[in-house]
Design a protein. Structure first.
Length: 139
């Protein structure tokens, strides 16, 4: 009888492992996302993947805060907070200009710094874009 019970438990565990899967939720926030073919936010399990948010402005100093404001808006829409940001990737047209924004960026994050990667690129989607910031956020 113990063997039979063990066999049933093993069957249930294997069956649940085979049938359990995480649902992927896609959130299109802006009208152009469907035109281009992407979702601004994708949720899988307890992780949210934020597509890059771009920002333009007359200067780099004016542009980057716009990206973080847009990210704040997205976090709020998804009922998330800055403290749950796990990974940040910034694409910059000028990495030295991005380095000058470290104090502003640190102030935005407060005491909860994420893992981060910063990459200089020749161009972003639109020529006027100075930065693009993407995030991975935990629920």
């Amino acid at each position: 009888m113990k063997f039979f019970n063990l066999l049933i438990v093993m069957f249930v565990v294997v069956l649940s492992a085979c049938t359990s899967h995480s649902v992927i939720e896609r959130h299109q926030i802006n009208s152009w996302e469907a035109d281009i073919g992407y979702s601004q936010v994708v949720k899988h399990g307890n992780l949210f993947y934020f597509s890059g948010v771009t920002c333009s402005g007359p200067t780099d100093e004016a542009a980057l805060p716009m990206c973080y404001q847009a990210l704040d808006d997205l976090l709020k829409k998804m009922n998330l907070s800055r403290e749950n940001i796990i990974q940040e990737t910034i694409y910059a047209r000028d990495i030295e200009a991005l380095k000058q924004q470290i104090p502003m960026r640190k102030k935005w994050y407060g005491e909860h710094f994420p893992a981060a990667t910063w990459v200089q690129v020749d161009r972003l989607y639109d020529e006027s874009h100075r930065f693009e910031v993407e995030l991975i956020v935990s629920e």
